[in-house]
Write a protein that binds this ligand. Structure first.
Ligand code: NAD
Length: 337
């Protein structure tokens, strides 16, 4: 037998509950003997002029070098003259797609027990281009930018993802009946890419109808791809279907194969430092990172242990109606490994 060298991955524990849930991930990864060495980076206390934000140049370089990382929540300090941390990461690392798998957790009862879908959100343009201004007093304007380049890129990613994960259908979500030029171009790009994947069923669903269908019967969907704002809203709707933000992982895909996985929740200042946070979202984000690295054995093992612990119901954190601390829950997962 031979042992291969460990993979170096960047870890941003983040703010608030971030360090507690990051500790839990490290402990569980150690227990599962995941061959990863973490390179930890913290949010700075001063603005780094090279990034114009509290994120240091060194931490961005770390993700660029390692091409893979895990990120806890980051609270952007209020003040002037700097960029938000999440925006800095997105722009500097060109994180063009946000991928959020949502599946029902066995044993944790919600309205549906058959959700199994993935939302893929365009992450760089659309309504989030930051181009807003006042035309005259009482009239403001916001520009929605859709480009062929960014639309093709996210569509390519969605079909590639569907194929790689054995999924059968990609639905493009849009409002092209009203936003004829912008969403029209987005759809045109999706159609072009769909032609290259005849084995995958392609459909187009208008966003309002999509919301109705998701709430009525989420099992109708498989992979969904959409422009930025729709993705922001629909991905939270889907998180709600399976039990909320404490459970849902996500992964940001960047140019050149960069993957930065992150929990979608914030820093939860109300429970920070109290050993009460649920580490599941960050852990499952770590699992997506392992899948990106094709460490499927380790990913399966950790995912199974997390799901079993939640299903068993003996150790659950307060957000899931239990009374376990973060460390009790973490230990229970380690026992399931
Ligand atoms: P939040 O997600 O931090 O908290 C909302 C509610 O959910 C709180 O009651 C919190 O206790 C609970 N919660 C969240 N995660 C939990 C977990 N893992 N376990 C148990 N309970 C959990 O949202 P907020 O209060 O609106 O934001 C707080 C800060 O986080 C703000 O500074 C915001 O900018 C930042 N934020 C960062 C990110 C990110 O880094 N991706 C995302 C959202 C918010």
């Amino acid at each position: 037998a031979f042992s291969s060298a460990p993979i170096t991955a960047t870890l941003f524990p983040g703010d608030g509950i971030g360090p507690e849930i990051a500790e839990s991930v490290k402990q569980i990864f150690r227990e599962a003997e995941v061959p990863i060495e973490w390179e930890e980076h913290y949010v700075g206390t001063e603005i780094d002029p090279r990034t114009q934000s509290f994120l240091t140049w060194e931490s961005l370089e770390s993700v660029r070098r390692n091409r893979v990382g895990l990120k806890g929540p980051m609270a952007t300090p209020i003040g002037k003259g700097h960029r938000s941390l999440n925006l800095t990461l997105r722009k500097e690392l060109n994180l063009y797609a946000n991928v959020r798998p949502c599946y029902s957790l066995p044993g944790y009862k919600t309205r549906y027990d058959d959700v199994n879908l993935v939302t893929i959100r365009e992450n760089t343009e659309g309504e989030y281009s930051g181009l807003e201004h006042q035309v005259v007093r009482g009239v403001v304007e916001s520009l929605k930018i859709i480009t062929r380049q960014a639309s093709l890129r996210v569509a390519e990613y969605a079909f590639h993802y569907a194929k790689a994960h054995g999924r059968e259908r990609v639905s493009a979500i849009h409002k092209a009946n009203i936003m004829q030029k912008t969403d029209g171009l987005f759809l045109k790009c999706c159609r072009e890419v769909a032609e290259k994947y005849p084995e995958i069923t392609y459909e187009e669903v208008v966003i309002d109808n999509c919301c109705m269908m998701l709430v009525k019967n989420p099992a109708l969907f498989d992979v969904l791809v959409m422009p930025n704002l729709y993705g922001d809203i629909i991905s939270d709707l889907c998180a709600g279907l399976i039990g909320g933000l404490g459970l849902t992982p996500s992964c940001n895909i960047g140019e050149g194969g960069i993957a930065l996985a992150e929990a979608v929740h914030g820093s939860a200042p109300d429970i920070a430092g109290k050993n009460l946070a649920n580490p599941t979202a960050l852990l499952l984000s770590g699992v997506s990172m392992l899948r990106h690295l094709e460490l499927h054995d380790k990913a399966d093992r950790i995912q199974k242990a997390v799901l079993e612990t939640i299903a068993e119901g003996k150790y659950r954190t307060a957000d899931l109606g239990g009374s376990s601390t973060t460390s009790d829950f973490t230990r229970a997962i380690c026992d399931h490994l």
